[in-house]
Design a protein around this ligand. Structure first.
Ligand code: SF4
Ligand code: MG
Length: 336
């Protein structure tokens, strides 16, 4: 399959006073066309920075890409000028965020905001753009789209607003949609509806998706592949099937155990991984997860683990797999 996105050994960081604080540490992953990749991890794991780096929006947040590169359809993005990036952003790559209100302009009717995006990217006349905007509102499942198009964001519910934001993103027919916690601010029923909508749009529009989430339940529903991040590094990567059937990195196991309803053998319902994510410029020696890991061994405190291949499509950065030929020795969440 064709690779739409390739991230190679990418380190991104921010200048704080005179220090560089890294937010991602030599991360690599690929996304194939038509697939959904979920990047999962707790807040502070570097997943949002990863998406900002791909979009090169990190430049505006006082950050930069320090090492490595990012390719989109084989084209290197990490060295493009912001002017070149503007043509790609909102045109070939679109992004949606957690809070739809922050993406919408309160003083313009929602139909007008979609039409604006169409005029900008597709050179449509005012009348054509407004008609296409109504069509897009219909496509994202908004009832009475002609009426809704003439309403302002505050007249719509949070879920409706997120649908409008998705319609704006779709207006330019992006090849890649990056969605950063797009349902986190919504209630559970609306969340499920928005996830369904994204799945359906991906199929109908031949889009690829990067979904950033702290929620393994969302990842289970959306992902073809999963990348698990912790303190700026990738801990485990695999197909959604491999990650859920054979979670191998102790951090992934911890994330799975924290899914409500994912009971362990003691009937303990909710599990939280003890301790906090370290700041990335104060990483512990060896494995960055070792202070929180119940499996930590001597080597874990001294030497950073590389990736061990666990299956054709599955790898984990954990010393437990050095000698075990890929057999999961961590019992999966829910198992005895
Ligand atoms: Fe735990 Fe060691 Fe694996 Fe790190 S390398 S996750 S400390 S067992
Ligand atoms: Mg985030």
């Amino acid at each position: 399959a064709r690779k739409i996105l390739e991230v190679n050994q990418m380190t991104a960081g921010f200048l704080v006073n005179t220090d560089i604080v890294k937010a991602t540490d030599r991360i690599s992953f690929d996304l194939e066309k038509g697939q959904t990749l979920c990047i999962v991890g707790e807040s502070g794991s570097g997943k949002s920075v990863t998406s900002l780096a791909v979009m090169r929006l990190i430049d505006y947040a006082g950050g930069m890409i320090l090492e490595g590169d990012i390719k989109f359809n084989g084209e290197v993005l990490s060295t493009k000028s912001q002017e070149e990036m503007r043509k790609i952003r909102g045109n070939r790559i679109a992004m949606i965020f957690q809070d739809p209100m922050s993406s919408l302009n309160p003083v313009f009717m929602v139909g007008e905001q979609i039409a604006e995006s169409l005029r900008l990217h597709q050179n449509k006349s005012d009348k054509e753009a407004m008609k296409a905007a109504v069509d897009l509102l219909r496509q994202v499942g908004i009832p009475s789209p002609e009426v809704r198009a003439r309403q302002y964001p505050h007249e719509l519910s949070g879920g409706m607003c997120q649908r409008v934001v998705i319609a704006i993103a779709l207006a330019c027919q992006p090849e890649l949609l990056i969605a950063d916690e797009p349902t986190t601010a919504l209630d559970v029923t609306v969340q499920a509806q928005i996830l369904d909508l994204l799945q359906q749009l991906k199929k109908n529009n031949d889009m690829s998706i990067i979904m950033i989430t702290h929620d393994m339940g969302v990842a289970a529903e959306m992902a073809d592949r999963i990348v698990v991040m912790y303190a700026g590094g990738i801990m485990e990567e695999g197909s959604v099937h491999e990650i859920f059937a054979k979670p191998s990195h102790p951090y992934t196991v911890g994330l799975l155990k924290s899914i409500p309803g994912f009971e362990d053998s003691h009937g303990e319902e909710l599990y939280t991984i003890k301790g906090n994510i370290p700041r990335i410029n104060e990483l512990p020696t060896g494995c960055r997860f070792h202070p929180r890991c119940t499996h930590a061994m001597d080597i874990c405190r001294k030497q950073e683990p590389g990736f061990f291949q666990l299956g054709q499509d599955h790898k984990a950065a954990c010393w437990l797999y050095e000698e075990h030929g890929g057999d999961s020795i961590v019992s999966p969440a829910g198992a005895a």
